[in-house]
Ligand binder design. Sequence first.
Ligand code: ATP
Length: 286
Amino acid sequence: MSSTESVFTANGVTCIVPAQGESRTIFENLGFAIAPGEIVDLVGPSGSGKSSLLTAFARLNPHATGSFTLNGHDSGEFTPQQWRHEVAYLPQKPILPGDTVADAIRLPFTLVIRAGASGLGDQNDATNAAAATTAATSADADSAHTASAPHRIGKVGLGRKFIALFRNNDQQARKLLTDQKIRMTLDAMGCEDIDLARPPHDLSGGQAARVSLARTLLTEPKVLLADEVDAGLDDENAEKVADIMATAAAKGMAIIRIRHRPPDGRASHIVTLANGTLSEKAGEQA
Ligand SMILES: Nc1ncnc2c1ncn2[C@@H]1O[C@H](COP(=O)(O)OP(=O)(O)OP(=O)(O)O)[C@@H](O)[C@H]1O
């Protein structure tokens, strides 16, 4: 694993989940590090704990413990929201509420304004925006891994709340993140095919994956944790998603991708999680 000039490190990471009234250790005392601009692919058998590890890195996994640093600063120096701004978790299934694609992309910024109006906006906008993105997009992770976030986004609970907040604050969010800026950002990512005025539920799977990725990248995390975001996509769309990430990495973002697809030549390292152990085999570099 990378160690020189790491932007992110993890040490002593352990995950113990409840299992039929007892507990089961998924992995124990794992270490990991990644440098700015690196793409590390995390692979391994189904159920080996890849998602559990990524959600642990994002401090979203209540069953995991460990020490984490960002640019040499211990995670304890950050609030969970600040941490998730810098270490952003992107789940496999895009969740894009709102009437239009532009609204869906603006969601984190809309929620920032809402937080400010409620007197909760005591951190900077980007931090809140990223935290909101995580909250809005990590429903899968929440349901699987986060005991402290019992609401599901969707037809009930948090979903409606987000949409209500979204409508209330849309005007201000439009000023913070204009349609023009969104258009330029999407075009720069090779997403010229995505119409901002379209309802998000009309998007193809590949388009939805790219919009979800674009939304997270707009909040400028230092580390992106991408949990199988190319699963279920055809090769062409998987390539587009990979291109967008490679461009972000070229600008310095550290990216960890859980992947089940064959290597695509973009990873700096490929790390396998199996039987509770992380290993990087010689010759597996992409
Ligand atoms: N909250 C939880 N409660 C109980 N068991 C859990 C919980 N979260 C994860 N597990 C179990 O931990 C193991 C690892 O799950 P995880 O989703 O991290 O694996 P994975 O490698 O990402 O799998 P896949 O490749 O199929 O997505 C699985 O056996 C899963 O059932």
